[in-house]
Structures are given as C-alpha cells and as structure tokens.
Design a protein around this ligand. Structure first.
Ligand code: ADP
Length: 653
C-alpha cells in the first residue's frame, strides 16, 4: 500500500515542471523527474547536496546572502511572479530558467521549494549518436521541425557550423550559443550564456540588437574583446529576429564570423589593388582594358594622351566610336585576340597610318587576353608604347652608319686618287731628270724647256702636298693667317698674270675695278684662293674657252668672280662642293686630276676673313665662283660676319 509520501512523490514526478525542495540548511531533499532531466543528475546523486550546486558559481551569493535566501527575500516583491536565472547542468552548461520560490514551515523544519521552467533550449552537445540522427532525419525530414530526429540534426548543423551562433532574449541576455562561438571569440560557453549584451557597452552592437527586437535584420562589424580569453577577434555578426509561436519577437539570433582571415585578405587585396592602380597610372606606357564587347573599361593617362581624349570619356565606348579608322584597326586586332585567345605583340604603326593628327610619331601596340582565375575571358588588355624616340634614334643610327660607310668609301677613294695624283707628275719628272742626267754625262746641250717641265711637275707635287698639309691643318684648327692691308685688285692681277703660262689655249681675261680695292687679309692665303679658282676654271673648261675674272665693290664688299664656260656642276652636288675630298660626279679622276681639297681650303680661308664663297652653275653651261670679302674701311673684318644681303642664298659658304 502506497504511503502518503510515495503518493506525493508520484504526483511530483508526474508534474511537467522541474521541482526542487531543500531544507533550512540549503541542502536538497527532493527533486522530481523533470528536475532530474533538466539538470541531468540522478536524484540519489543530488539529494543531500547543497542546492547551490544547481547554480553557476558566480550566482551563488547575492547581496551578501546565499542565493536561496536572496530569492526568498525577493519573494515578497515579486508577489509570486517567477524570477529569471541561469542554473547549472551536470555538464557545466548554463540553462536559463524561470524560477518560482515557495517556503513551508519554520526554523529547522523550514522547507524551500523551487519550481523551474526552462526558457530556451541551450544548443550545445548532441546526446544522440550521429548515425541514428541521420536515419531519423531521413524518416522525418527536418522541415517538420517538431520531430526529435529533426531537432537533433538541427543541433548538429548548428553545433558544427563554422560560424559562432548565439540566441538572446529581449533582456537581452544570451540564452544559448554553440561551441564554435566560444572557439571564435575565446570565451567559455558558461561565460557567454547568461551574458547581458548590454554589458558589452558597444553602442553599434546594441543598435543591431535593438533592430532585431524591432523585427529587423542588422549587420555588425567590429572587434570582440574576450576578458577571460584575453583575445580580440575581428568579427562580422549578422543579427536576425526570433519569433515565438504567437508571432511576437522573443529575441534574436547572432551569427558570428571571425573575419581575421577575410580582413587580412581584404587588406592584401586593397594593397595590391593600390599598387596596381599606382602602376597603372604612373607607368610610362599607355595601358587600357576593354571588355569582351570591345568597350573601354579603363585607360591610363598616357593612353588617354595618345588617343587625344580625356580618360573618363573612354569608359563604355568602343575604339571605333572614339578613334574612327584607327579605332576600327584596333578593333580588328582585339577581335583577333578574343577569337584566338592569342596575344598580338608589339605591332608597330605610325601615327599617320593611324590618322592621329599632329607631327608624325610611332607607336608600338600589344594586345593580350585577360582571363579570370578560372580561365574565363574577361577582356583584352592594351599596352601602347610611344616609340617615336626609338625610331628616330634608329633612323639617326642608320644615317650615321651610312655616313660612316660613305666616309670609308671617300677615304678609300681618296687614298687611291691621292696616290694616283702624286704619282702622275713623278713619272715625267723622273724621265726628265734622267734625260738631263744623260745629257750632262755626255756633255750635251740641255734644253731649258726640259728643266721648265721638270719644274712644273715638281710644282704640281708641291701643290698637292701643300693642299694635303693645309687640309689637315684646317681640320686641326691650326691654319695660321697673317692678315695685313692688301690691295686685292693687284693681288688678283698678279695671280692672273702668273697663270698666263698655264692657260694653254684658253683665253684668260681680267677686268680690274676702276678703283683700288683694299682688304685686310693674308695675301699668301688669298692668292691661294684666287689661284685655285682660276686653276679649276681652266681645268674644267674645254680648250679655247674664255675665263673671265672680275673684281668689283658692292656695298662694302669686294666681289671677285671667276666665270668659265666649262662642264658645270650638277645642281644637287653644288652644296657639297666645298666639303673635304668632294669631287662632283661629272669629273672622272682620269680626265680631271685633283684631290677635292682646293675649294675646301678656299672656303676656310675666305670665311676666316669674314667673307663668303659660293657658286652658280649648270651642267654643260659653265660655272661662276664668287668670293665676297669685306673691304678695308668698309664692313669690319669679322670672322663670323654674315654674307652680304645681295648674295644668292643658295649654295652659300
Ligand atoms: P679638285 O679640283 O682638285 O677636284 P676642288 O676642291 O678644287 O678639287 O674642286 C672640287 C670639285 O668641284 C671638283 O672635283 C669638281 O668636281 C668641282 N669643280 C670645281 N671647280 C669647277 C669648275 N670651275 N667647273 C666644274 N666643276 C668644278
């Protein structure tokens, strides 16, 4: 037969809510089956244990009282309403409960009863084996929500999620969290559960919590400082409201992501983007990117300058829309890259070819496919380099090379001409000397003409050697001048007379000026100039031709002209005539001897006297060489004076 005690126990065990009874010493005397389940303790293990074991250590004393006494003292104020408190399960997990306290008896017989009601499921461990849960889940899909298997699976998902998850009520106190949250932020679960979010004193976080309590989602980015774990974690939290069965907001869920890695990756990405942007903008080459529709996405300033359009005007446009024909050409190349996936490298084009206005330049363009890491084609990168300078340098190098080749050819020609020229008078000279020697040996009469001819050849050799010496002195800047007041009219007359013997069948005429002409000059060197001009006039004119030498004064300048009816000089070669070793193409070394030095030396002498020398000529119609020199007392003698205005400006030296 059941005793009253057994009957009461059975009654209490049948109750849904957990019940705990203690004595005046705060030791547990009784707990029902619901309480066993809640705390996960066996009844016999808890009976006679201090009731404080059922609560977290930090809550065991309140306001200088034991927790039990404190709760009893609050009973009056609460007027039978429950109090919310965290209690402690056997496995250390804290569980939020509503606790109602009641008392019976006095003194040593006093009994204190707690009725508890669990508020939220604490998401923590999985009690069921995983395999079984899976089977359950198959039989009872998760959407049913109410199934045991579904719940366990749900727990599994939450517990193993790589994200920290917590639930809070409207207080807002954290009522539950998964183990990952502890791992992420370095605080043990027992500290987190029961934590009042207000106590974190983070206004932005509180704003998010308030938003959820008003039924709105919110996002938080910040750092969580764990006092217990001494850890600061950059976190991103997504907040979302939770509703009870009546559709009322009963709290919220926070999903916490440790963004340390993401922040680091973002920082790295930002840094490399900044680096790329700097490179993009400061690179000394034109850079651009076009999408697969051949529209500009970005161009740097250099490319914008080359295209002669502000960089911002490129975006969204095709090259053909902005650059006309050259744009169409570029599009053909881009199309090729898009079709084949192959780059086009260093295609050189002139700005004229591309119809770019302005002075002609040269561009080298490369186009290459730009792909996403997976290989998908994103567009085409364009790299344009202004190679005008390089092209010019190449052209200059080619020119210098040609000139060097020409100089080598001239030198080789000169050597063969010079040896030929020097040898030519030597043979007759040695013949004549041998004849003289023979005659002297035989005591025969010596013909003065033989001596005269020998002398002429010797003179020819001397002149050639002198020219060579003068040319090298000029090159070295060491041709000395000894200027003095000189009667140019007489000097010219003297030269013309001395040449009379050489003129052969030519007619050599001199028309002197009506007045004396005085210049400040080196007479020896001036004679050399006049001599050379008359000598050339005779040499390059047919026998019987008339050479006219004239001297006059025009505007403070003495103007000497030597006119011949000779072979003339090709137009395009007249400007080269006064260069060292230059001989016009219409004179062959066989028919007209010479080293190409006379005019070179003459120009140097004339110019160093402040004068100018030039020629007027036409092939087959003779030539006239002019020399202008400042007269003494007229224009001052200046080594760099400009030629007189009346002079023709072509072929002036
Ligand atoms: P060279 O007469 O010894 O060749 P120059 O320096 O005196 O050297 O003359 C250079 C070149 O100018 C000549 O080789 C010749 O081609 C041309 N030239 C000079 N004077 C005359 C002229 N009066 N008529 C035609 N060609 C001339």
């Amino acid at each position: 037969m059941a005793t009253a005690h057994d009957e009461l126990s059975a009654w209490l065990d049948a109750a849904v809510d957990p019940l705990v009874a203690c004595d005046a010493d705060e030791h547990i005397r009784f707990l029902n089956v619901a309480a066993e389940r809640l705390f996960d303790w066996k009844r016999e293990d808890l009976v006679n244990q201090p009731v404080s074991r059922l609560f977290p250590e930090r809550l065991r004393h309140f306001a200088g009282k034991s927790l039990m006494r404190y709760l009893l003292s609050r009973r009056e104020t609460l007027g039978g309403r429950p109090i919310r408190i965290l209690c402690l399960r056997r496995d250390g997990v804290e569980v939020l409960v509503e606790l109602t306290v009641g008392t019976l008896g006095q003194g040593a017989d006093e009994r204190v009863m707690f009725s508890l009601r669990r508020l939220h499921e604490v998401i923590d461990t999985v009690r069921e084996p995983v395999e079984r849960t899976r089977q359950d889940a198959q039989v009872q899909p998760m959407e049913t929500g109410c199934s045991r298997g579904g719940e366990d699976l749900y727990r599994l998902v939450v517990e193993n999620a790589p994200l920290g998850i917590f639930h809070y009520d409207t207080t807002p106190i954290i009522t539950a969290c998964n183990a990952q949250l502890s791992v992420l932020i370095g605080s043990p679960k027992r500290v987190l559960v029961g934590l009042n979010l207000m106590s974190l004193r983070d206004e932005r976080l509180m704003h998010c919590v308030r938003e959820t309590l008003h039924g709105r989602d919110a996002e938080y980015d910040g750092r969580y400082h764990s006092v217990t774990g001494h850890k600061t974690t950059p976190v991103h939290i997504r907040f979302t409201p939770c509703y009870d069965d009546a559709g009322q907001v009963e709290g919220g869920i926070g999903i916490v992501e440790d963004v340390t890695e993401r922040r680091r990756a973002e920082k790295e990405r930002d840094e490399s983007l900044a680096l790329l942007a700097t490179l993009f903008h400061t690179a000394p080459v034109g850079l651009g990117f076009l999408d697969t529709d051949m529209r500009y996405v970005r161009v740097n300033d250099v490319l914008a300058r080359i295209n002669q359009l502000p960089s911002e005007q490129h975006r969204g446009h095709r090259p053909s829309e902005l650059l006309g024909n050259s744009g169409r050409l570029v599009e053909q190349l881009i199309q090729h890259v898009l079709d084949t996936g192959e780059p086009v490298e260093s295609r050189e084009m002139s700005t004229r070819e591309l119809e770019i206005p302005g002075p002609e330049g040269f561009l080298a363009g490369s186009l290459y496919p730009v792909r996403a890491p997976g290989g998908r084609m994103l567009g085409v990168g364009v790299l344009v380099e202004d190679i005008t300078q390089r092209k010019r340098a190449e052209a200059e190098r080619d020119r210098l090379y040609r000139e060097a080749q020409e100089a080598i050819r001239v030198r080789d020609d000169f050597l063969s001409i010079a040896s030929h020229e020097l040898k030519t008078p030597l043979t007759p000279l040695s013949l004549r000397l041998a004849a003289l020697e023979r005659k002297l040996e035989h005591g025969e009469h010596v013909d003065p003409a033989t001596l005269h001819h020998a002398r002429q050849h010797l003179q020819r050799i001397t002149t050639l050697i002198n020219d060579l010496l003068d040319a090298s002195r000029i090159e070295a800047g060491r041709l000395a001048l000894h200027p003095e007041a000189t009667r140019l009219d007489r000097l010219v007359e003297g030269v013309v007379q001395s040449m009379d013997a050489q003129r052969g069948d030519h007619v050599l005429r001199y028309a002197p000026p009506s007045h004396s002409v005085q210049v400040f000059a080196d007479p020896y060197r001036l004679e050399q100039v006049v001599n050379n001009l008359v000598d050339n006039a005779l040499k390059y004119s047919p026998d019987g031709g008339t050479i006219d030498v004239t001297l006059e004064v025009q505007g403070g300048m003495a103007l000497l002209s030597v006119k011949d009816p000779g072979i003339g000089i090709p137009e395009e070669q007249q400007r080269l005539l006064f260069d060292r070793y230059f001989r016009a193409h219409n004179v062959s070394s066989r028919s007209y001897g010479g080293l190409g030095l006379g005019l070179y030396i003459s120009r140097d002498i004339v110019e160093r006297h402040g004068g100018r020398i030039w020629v007027e000529s036409a092939v087959g119609h003779g030539s006239t060489f002019h020399v202008a020199l400042p007269v003494l007392g007229g224009a001052p003698l200046h080594p760099h004076a400009h030629p007189p205005a009346s002079q023709p400006d072509r072929h002036v030296h």
